[in-house]
Design a protein. Structure first.
Ligand SMILES: [Zn+2]
Length: 436
């Protein structure tokens, strides 16, 4: 894809030397648009200039195109930053029932299709919190296959019997560091330190640990606290020495508090958070990455194990209360979905589910500028540049939407009909504009 584009530009610049002089690759002016810059609606008729893979100019008033610059007339449509999903599992796209046939090639084939589908749902950046590694992320960056840019944790770190220990009761004990469904079993500070360093060596943008029970794992009840302060601290040490941070899967106030006190910067899920643990998150300037849609989808799902259904009910009911507390305590609330197996198609339903607690503007900020701040936590390991905002120097990841979703957030739930243009890195991925 990338190669085709650069080849055609080379051809153009041979035919029209002025093109090469005046307009760099992907020089595009998007005009006559409402602009939501990731924070607020800043104009009802502005323009954005893109050069190469970056935004170079944002104008609150109409702008004229330069020579050789491609013009997109937005006709009054709504322009916003490409969406960021801060909690996904791109490579867990195979159904629960197919687990026994999930070889690495099968997993990858389904992950490739899943990545493209995410991009077409408007997600230009995703943060993969377990299961995806440098292979898929690099293949997308190199233009071999379409998808969002992926900031990945790699394999997650779990204790024996922890949330990512998927062994059944009759499965034998395993040596540490054995790969299982995108996780490493590591116990004790020394093993955790080594496992974290191994993931960083393999290019992970951050480290993910499991600090408490979870829904999809068979043995650990939700209330269980996992890892000691010393073990989580070992992961934090490895991550901070490498210039990045640790994310922790945690539902209960006990697990959330343990993780935050040990130096974790993002709490994943946080369903059962209470006021003191929410205040601690605020005090530590940590992000909480809630996700409603996966619990909603699991609740609808059929043929799932009984343990999963039971744990999911508690998690779903707790989430509504958790979201209200997070909002009242003014914690940094990211936008995540956490869909797994064959449920990814529901990704944009998260916008609608959140509207029970948040305004349309709040949800759009979560999925753009707030998540952009979270992505930036990876520091030097985030080699992808600034995302989630429309401003000079940010990545040219843009959505041109048929109607203003601030007033009607349901617009976001139907990307196929409503997202007229999807641009990633200055390249148009989709253009379905109709005359208006
Ligand atoms: Zn997850």
């Amino acid at each position: 894809m990338v190669r085709l584009v650069s080849a055609s530009l080379l051809f153009l610049s041979m035919l029209f030397p002025a093109y090469a002089e005046n307009a760099p690759p992907n020089a595009t002016l998007i005009k006559n648009v409402q602009i939501f810059d990731g924070h607020d609606l800043i104009t009802s008729n502005g323009a954005v200039r893109v050069s190469g893979s970056e935004i170079v100019e944002v104008s609150l008033r109409p702008l004229a195109a330069k020579a050789g610059e491609k013009t997109i007339n937005g006709d009054g449509r709504f322009l916003m930053p490409g969406l960021i999903d801060a909690h996904v599992h791109v490579s867990w796209a195979y159904p629960f029932s197919k687990r026994s046939q999930a070889s690495e090639t099968y997993i990858t084939a389904l992950a490739v299709a899943n990545a493209e589908a995410m991009l077409l749902r408007g997600f230009t950046t995703v943060r993969d919190t377990g299961g995806t590694d440098f292979g898929l992320a690099t293949a997308i960056n190199e233009g071999y296959t379409p998808g969002p840019r992926i900031v990945f944790a790699g394999r997650t770190l779990t204790q024996t019997g922890g949330h990512a220990d998927y062994r059944g009761l009759s499965d034998p004990p395993e040596p540490a560091s054995r790969f299982r469904f995108g996780a490493v079993i590591a116990d004790g500070e020394a093993q955790v330190l080594q496992a974290a360093r191994e993931e960083l060596r393999r290019g992970s943008g951050f480290i993910k640990v499991h600090a408490g029970g979870g829904v999809s794992s068979p043995q650990d009840p939700l209330h269980v606290v996992q890892y000691s302060a010393g073990e989580i601290g070992a992961a934090v040490l490895a991550a901070e020495n490498w210039g990045t941070y640790v994310a922790a899967h945690a539902y209960t106030p006990q697990a959330i508090t343990l993780a935050l006190e040990a130096g974790v910067k993002t709490i994943e899920h946080g369903n059962l958070i209470d006021r003191p643990s929410a205040r601690l998150a605020k005090e530590k300037d940590a992000y909480v990455v809630p996700n409603v849609v996966t619990y909603w989808a699991l609740d609808q799902g059929e043929g799932l194990p009984a343990y999963l259904k039971e744990k999911n009910k508690i998690a779903l009911e707790g989430m509504w209360n958790g979201l209200a507390i997070l909002k009242e305590e003014n914690v940094k609330i990211a936008f995540g979905t956490d869909l797994i197996a064959d449920m990814h198609a529901h990704q944009n339903r998260e916008f609608i589910l959140r509207s029970r607690v948040f305004t349309g503007l709040e949800i759009l900020r979560q999925a753009t500028s707030v998540n952009g701040g979270l992505i930036a936590l990876s520091g030097p390991l985030n080699a992808y540049g600034k995302v989630g905002v429309i401003e000079p120097g940010a990545k040219a990841d843009l959505l041109l939407i048929e109607r203003n979703p601030i007033d009607d957030i349901t617009v976001m739930a139907e990307p196929e009909a409503n997202f007229a243009i999807i641009m990633k890195d200055g390249e148009i991925v989709k253009d379905s504009r109709r005359a208006r």
